[in-house]
Design a protein around this ligand. Structure first.
Ligand code: 5AD
Ligand code: SF4
Length: 467
């Protein structure tokens, strides 16, 4: 049946405004925090008349929201900027403007250097200053090339528009919410303390307000974000200090908020209250990303992780005692300077002991300015490659074993989005796996009971429980 759309004068006017509106395309690299930041930048630009586009070709403004964590991540940005220079030139030949901005961690780390290396770039804005992006663009339109990377003294969240409900709704039933930024841990391999600065926590009231807006717009699951999320500290509404555990108890009271997650945590900041929250809160999903990075105590010390392998294992035991079905996830680095074959075997050993449901693993990448870069005894690239392959084979096996262990179980599934096949939706299991199930699009946002029937390469299959 044909659908007839009646456009009211108001809607027609809006459509017209939209077709004339400037369009922004944001390419997001790196972690979930950058995904969150890209959304907030898009919101801030909406009040300047920009509408988001998924088509780079039709954008008037292209923003690269960048990651600096490993060398390759930064290289990708420079090669993308090379391609954008050509695009800008072609546009200019046709008399159409294209503005280009670099935001995020490469912007913070490289600043002016980006303007030097990439002549097509108009604005460079760091993660602490993206609330100033509209003004930076206005200045750039006057012909200035703008770098805004000073750590802002003001709280950027106070200066950003509140999360827009209609936009939040269009982004789906799960959402990120940044509660903490920066890091004071200074692991010797990591640039984050330099790019994102020292630890800053958002206030309880800001977080609750944003969570409620998200829930009002149909969000069912919120993932709290922070580079070091469990270092979050805030003032409780009744005075006294809250940690992340207390915050989770409070957020779990919000009606309609069905699921909570948080990432990324440091083992040193898993306090008793947070562990108890895993025991007590139905809404807190049984999944924990708790990077250990390496298994050898010598390497952990050189990395300045401030815990041993045994302490990490004991911590996981305590967490599992509180919540037996918790799925563990981690990050690993192979080939940190000085890592011997035996050290690497210790990493494999700790993986064998923990049994991860999922994990991310990387070759050590030297980051200028970090203490790791100053160390002699850098590990040969070929050795890193071989170690990474062995580690990833083990982690993949564990991930598959975990998935296969789910077959036959009846679980709660949050229906998130249309699947690849008509009549199918993709949902999330409590353990963050993608699950395919037959369901109607109108059910997106519902939590239904399904029975896991099988596993695929990156997802599970399920049928309605009782079907
Ligand atoms: N080299 C390789 N991996 C790194 N990570 C952080 N810094 C580096 C680096 N210099 C990894 C860590 C961290 C994840 C986000 O990225 O495992 O937990
Ligand atoms: Fe990349 Fe880390 Fe910055 Fe996230 S915080 S964008 S992972 S460098």
């Amino acid at each position: 049946m044909n659908q007839i759309t009646v456009i009211s004068p108001d809607a027609a006017e809006k459509a017209d405004v939209a077709s004339n509106a400037r369009k922004v395309f944001i390419k997001t690299y790196g972690c979930q925090m950058n995904v969150y930041d890209s959304n907030r930048m898009s919101d801030a630009l909406a009040s300047e008349g920009y509408v988001p586009t998924e088509e780079m070709g039709e954008a008037d403004l292209i923003l690269l929201n960048t990651c600096h964590i490993r060398e390759k991540a930064a290289d990708k940005v420079y090669s993308a900027l090379g391609r954008l220079r050509d695009m800008k030139r072609t546009r200019a030949e046709h008399g159409r403007e294209l503005m280009i901005g670099v935001t995020g961690c490469v912007a913070q780390a490289e600043g002016e250097e980006i303007l030097r290396r990439a002549p097509a770039v108009d604005v460079v804005v760091g993660p602490q200053t993206y609330h100033r992006l509209p003004q930076a663009l206005a200045r750039a339109r006057q012909g200035e090339r703008v770098v805004e990377t000073d750590y802002a003294v003001e709280d950027k969240f106070e200066h950003l528009p509140k999360v827009d409900k209609a936009r939040a709704r269009s982004r789906g039933v799960t959402s990120f919410l940044t509660v903490q930024e920066g890091c004071d841990k200074f692991c010797t391999f990591c640039v984050v303390p330099y790019t994102r600065g020292s630890e800053v926590s958002r206030s309880v009231s800001q977080i609750i307000d944003e969570a409620m807006r998200l829930v009002d717009s149909g969000v069912r699951e919120i993932t709290l974000l922070g580079q070091n999320v469990n270092a979050w500290r805030g003032e409780s509404p009744k005075g006294g200090e809250w940690g992340l555990g207390e915050l989770l108890y409070r957020l779990a009271e919000i009606p309609g908020l069905a699921r909570l997650r948080y990432t990324t945590s440091h083992p040193r900041d898993m306090d008793d209250c947070l562990i108890e929250a895993h025991r007590d809160l139905r809404a807190l999903m049984p999944y924990l990303h708790l990077p250990v990075q390496a298994g050898s105590d010598r390497i952990l010390k050189a990395m300045n992780r401030r815990h041993t392998g045994a302490e990490y294992l004991r911590l996981i035991e305590r967490i599992r005692a509180a919540r037996a079905d918790i799925a563990m996830s981690g990050d690993f680095i192979v080939g940190f300077p000085g890592e011997t074959d035996q050290d690497f075997e210790d990493t494999l050993k700790i993986v064998e002991d923990v049994k991860y449901a999922s994990a991310y693993s990387f070759k050590y990448s030297t980051r200028p300015g970090t203490p790791g870069a100053e160390l002699g005894s850098q590990v040969d690239e070929a050795v890193k490659t071989e170690r990474l392959e062995r580690l990833q084979a083990l982690l993949l096996r564990q991930q598959q074993e975990f998935a296969e262990g789910c077959v036959g179980k009846t679980i709660d599934l949050l229906l998130e989005k249309p699947g690849r096949m008509p009549g199918q939706l993709i949902g999330r299991s409590p353990w963050l796996q993608s699950v395919n199930v037959d369901a109607k699009e109108s059910q997106i946002g519902d939590i239904i009971q399904v029975r896991i029937t099988g596993t695929g390469p990156n997802s599970l299959f399920a049928e309605r429980a009782g079907a």
